[in-house]
Structure formats: structure tokens, C-alpha cells
Design a protein around this ligand. Structure first.
Ligand code: NAD
Length: 485
């Protein structure tokens, strides 16, 4: 059986079952420009209806036994595995991902559901000390309706990492995926949850643009927002959420540094560096956006990384065995190329790449990059590795910390303790000693600081319970308290 039968999602959104949307949009394969189908696109009115329906369904869902909720999420995990090949192909075609990246997404999606299933049986509170003769409890209760907004780059993981734990904890969810990845990042989650037996109305999946997202953030039924996307959009989401007095978990952009100390194994460092900068065409929030290399290694590092980049095949990941697929669309590609061109104009040396055909951008290496050049100073979100050299650890720390972002950090060294000490001077949400900057596991609390987000975390029981529940203080005593008046 096909999980993602186009008959179900053509022109439709998932909101109280499959319902026709007033508008639809082409589902495009960026590698070929081919139209793979047409998915429904939601506007503010459809979002409002979905939020009201979610609020109506939430109480009953929250009242189900933890075993029932766990069973739904366990079935969802199994369905991601059973239909893995089909979902993977959609990620390859619709998001332009190479098969290993698409496979990783499916694997993590299943893990997110299994972890969420276990979340249902976690203790949900504490017994508190109290000065009176009574029982005093801090009890975690579902937030109510959770709004989830996800981007196009890791569409499945970035949706399910909030959808699954929010559902497990008794919330209803209205999920707005990016319309460019409506099927692999949206309909796949809707179909899996439908097949897993999630009651109707508890989950709504409505692809849509910024207007639909803004309506979701402002909707009075929605109590918590889980937003993953750019820092610019995240600021707007945070502002609106604050006005409506609701919590917003903001996972935003990055410009993560990889520091290569002079004692690092150079060949291994270059392999890690290429993965960090070029995986999924550099369209990852944790992408290695800045290579800080000790001056004694910098020239050789640039030469080896450039040779690797030149040798990397770029093409259609469905039909060829390639290392890089296409950029998601022409707008993103133009942005990447403008940042590379401006950086070369600013004095960076173009060692590899810097060219493109259709949506295929060659892996690009820039060396001797002035730190003010845009490819170094800004998030590129493309396959670009800018290299800057440093002379000692304090200079490396200062360069790495001189960014408004604070998502991930990699430090490569023969002396891990030295790496840890260096990391203490660089504020980021994630640190990998002897690895590049890109990684994710369903059990790890994931998040950034500074312009990378509000320090919110998804992943692991503690972070997920914190993110998707409210704390209620409850006291209980046998007689009514008497007061002086
Ligand atoms: P984007 O901010 O333009 O879009 C992300 C999502 O937000 C989309 O679903 C979009 O429709 C929606 N949106 C846009 N404006 C909105 C608004 N005003 N209100 C509500 N929703 C709105 O991001 P993008 O450029 O498509 O995605 C790439 C960005 O996402 C990069 O900056 C990347 O670093 C970041 N990202 C962060 C993480 C993380 O976990 N920190 C993960 C992946 C991507």
C-alpha cells in the first residue's frame, strides 16, 4: 500500500480528515523542475478553523490513558519504518536531498515517535514541601493546542520533533509545514498519524506561507508555538507571541564555526569539514559556516578541501549517485551566489566552485576571507566553506564568538580537554569536540542561543516536557481553611 497516495493529498489539507483547500500549489522537484502533484495550501481562515477544531478535540485526547497515547506513537514509529523507502523517495525528490540524508530523516522521525511514546509514562510532577497540613503538588498538564511551524530543509525531522512529543503529552497540534515540502514534510506526518489511529481532529496539517504561519501564531486557541526557521521570521513570531502572551520556542538560523587546531589530523579534519559545509547543499541550520584554521595548516587545508570540493559530484539525487543535490529554489540560489560574489569582491580568494547550472550550485571554498565579507559574517545557507586563519587559541575563541548566532560549534584537536577549555569561551547551544557542526539525535536537547533562538530545547524527556506542558500547582486538604475575616 502507498502511504502517500496522491489521491488523498491532491488539493487537500489534513484538518478533520482530508479536506479540499481553497487553493493549491504545485509540488515541484527542484532537480528537474517537474511538477509532482498539487498540494493544498491553507490561508488564515483555514488555520482559524483548524485551531478551533483542535481545541475542541484536545480535552478528550488528553483524557485518554497514557497507554493509549503511547500505542498510537509506537505505531507511528513503526509506520515510518515500514514506509521508509516511500517517504525517503519523496524527501529526495521534493527537498532535493541525497538518499543518505533522506534516510537519516526517516530514521530520526521513527525515533522521535518511539521517544514520544515513552514520554507518556514519565512522571509528570513533584510532591512539594508545604507549611500546612495538606498535599502540595506541581503537576504538568498539557499546554492545550500547540502550533508547529517548520522550514523546508529537514522538513520531516523539524516537524515531527515537535508534533510527536506535543501529541504524546496530551496536546492537540496544528502544524504548518513549508509549502515547498508539503508532501514529505507535511502529508507524510498526517498520513502516519492517521494510520496509527490518532483520533480525528487532534492533528491538523496545513501547508501554507508566512500569512498562514502568522495566523497560527496569533490564534487565541494556540497556547504554545514551536517555530523553526530563519532569525528574521523568528523575531516576528516572537513579537506576536509575546503580544498574545503565549510561549514561543524559537529555533532559528546559525553560522556555526569549526575550529581546527594545529594538532588536528589534517586529512580527517578536511573530511569532517566537507561534510559540515556541503551536506544537503549547506542548507542546514548547523552547517559549518565558518572554518577557523590554525595559520600553520590554513593553506594546506584550503588546498585539500578545494580538491575534495572539485571532485564532488553534483546532480539529481534520484537518478545519479551524487554528493550534492539541487538548491531548493531559484530565490535561495540567487541569495547564495550573491553572498559568494560579494565576498570575492571583498577580497576572499575563490579556491573552488562559485559556479552553478540550473539549481545545482558547485561546492565552494573561499580562503583568506576578510571577516567582514558576507559569506563569513552572515548565514549563507548554501554549500560554501569560508576559511579564516588564526594564530593562537584566544584568537580562535574571539573569532568564533564574534557572531550574533550561537547554534553549534566543532573543535578538532588531538587534545579533547584543550578543545573543551576553548569551547568554554564560545557561547553556543551545541558543542562537538572532534566532530563537525551538524548532528541531531531524538534524545539530545537541541537548541541555540543568541540569534539562533531563545535557548528553547527539543529532544529528550526533560526538554520535551518543559516545552509542551504547563505546570499547575495543586493543593488538597481534608477540611476548609479558616481565615481571620
Ligand atoms: P523561513 O523563516 O523563511 O521559513 C520557515 C517557516 O516559517 C516556513 O514554514 C514559513 O512559511 C514560516 N514563516 C515565515 N514567515 C513567518 C511569519 N512571519 N510568521 C509565521 N511563520 C512564518 O526560513 P527558511 O529560509 O525557509 O528556512 C531556513 C532558515 O531556517 C535558516 O535560517 C535556518 O538556519 C533555519 N533553521 C533553523 C533550524 C534550527 O533548529 N535552529 C533548523 C532548520 C532551519
Amino acid at each position: 500500500m502507498h502511504l502517500l497516495d496522491p489521491k488523498l493529498w491532491t488539493g487537500s489539507v489534513f484538518s478533520g480528515g482530508w479536506t479540499s483547500a481553497r487553493e493549491d500549489a504545485p509540488v515541484v522537484e527542484p532537480a528537474t523542475g517537474e511538477e509532482l502533484g498539487r498540494a493544498g495550501v491553507a490561508g488564515p481562515e483555514e488555520i482559524a478553523r483548524a485551531c478551533a477544531a483542535a481545541a475542541a478535540a484536545q480535552r478528550e485526547w488528553a483524557a485518554t490513558s497514557f497507554e493509549e497515547r503511547a500505542a498510537v506513537l509506537r505505531r507511528a514509529g513503526r509506520l515510518f519504518e515500514e514506509h521508509g523507502a516511500e517517504i525517503q523517495e519523496w524527501i529526495v525528490r521534493e527537498a532535493g536531498s541525497i538518499p543518505p540524508k533522506a534516510g537519516f530523516e526517516v530514521h530520526v522521525a521513527a525515533q522521535e515517535c518511539y521517544e514520544a511514546a515513552m514520554l507518556t509514562s514519565q512522571p509528570l510532577g513533584d510532591i512539594l514541601p508545604t507549611a500546612k497540613r495538606r498535599l502540595s503538588l506541581a503537576r504538568r498538564v498539557p499546554a492545550g493546542v500547540v502550533g508547529v511551524i517548520a522550514p523546508f530543509n529537514f522538513p520531516l525531522i523539524l516537524g515531527i520533533r515537535s508534533v510527536a512529543p506535543a501529541l504524546a503529552l496530551g496536546n492537540a497540534v496544528v502544524f504548518k509545514p513549508d509549502p515547498r515540502t508539503a508532501v514529505c514534510g507535511g502529508m507524510s506526518i498526517a498520513r502516519v498519524m492517521e494510520e496509527a489511529g490518532l483520533p480525528e481532529g487532534v492533528l491538523h496539517v496545513l501547508p501554507g506561507g508566512a500569512e498562514a504561519g502568522a495566523a497560527l501564531v496569533a490564534d487565541p486557541h494556540v497556547r504554545v508555538i514551536s517555530f523553526t526557521g530563519s532569525t528574521a521570521a523568528g523575531r516576528k513570531v516572537g513579537e506576536v507571541a509575546a503580544c498574545h502572551l503565549k510561549r514561543a520556542h524559537l529555533e532559528l538560523g546559525g553560522n556555526s564555526a569549526l575550529i581546527v587546531l594545529e594538532d588536528a589530523d589534517l586529512e580527517a579534519a578536511v573530511s569532517a569539514a566537507a561534510w559540515g559545509s556541503f551536506l544537503h547543499q549547506g542548507q542546514i541550520c548547523m552547517t559549518t559556516g565558518r572554518h577557523l584554521v590554525h595559520a600553520s595548516l590554513a593553506e594546506e587545508y584550503a588546498a585539500l578541501l578545494s580538491a575534495k570540493a572539485e571532485a564532488m559530484p553534483v546532480g539529481n539525487p534520484l537518478t545519479e549517485q551524487v554528493a550534492l543535490g539541487p538548491i531548493i529554489d531559484a530565490g535561495q540560489l540567487a541569495k547564495v551566489h550573491a553572498l559568494v560574489t560579494a565576498s570575492v569582491d571583498a577580497g576572499a580568494r575563490l579556491d573552488a566552485g562559485g559556479t552553478y547550472q540550473d539549481l545545482f550550485y558547485r561546492p565552494t571554498v573561499l580562503s583568506r576571507v576578510p571577516t567582514a565579507a558576507p559569506a563569513f559574517a552572515q548565514e549563507v545557507f548554501g554549500p560554501v566553506a569560508p576559511i579564516v586563519s588564526f594564530r593562537d587559541d584566544p584568537e580562535a575563541a574571539a573569532l568564533a564568538a564574534a557572531s550574533e548566532y550561537g547554534l553549534s560549534l566543532g573543535i578538532l584537536t588531538a587534545d579533547p580537554m584543550r578543545g573543551m577549555e576553548l569551547a568554554e569561551h564560545i557561547p553556543t547551544g551545541i558543542v562537538h569536540i572532534n566532530d563537525q557542526t551538524v548532528d541531531d539525535e531524538a534524545v539530545a536537547p537541541f537548541g541555540g542561543v543568541g540569534a539562533s533562538g531563545t535557548g528553547a530545547r527539543f529532544g529528550g524527556a526533560a526538554a520535551n516536557i518543559e516545552a509542551f506542558t504547563e505546570t499547575r500547582w495543586i493543593t488538597m486538604q481534608s477540611g476548609i481553611e479558616r481565615y481571620p475575616f
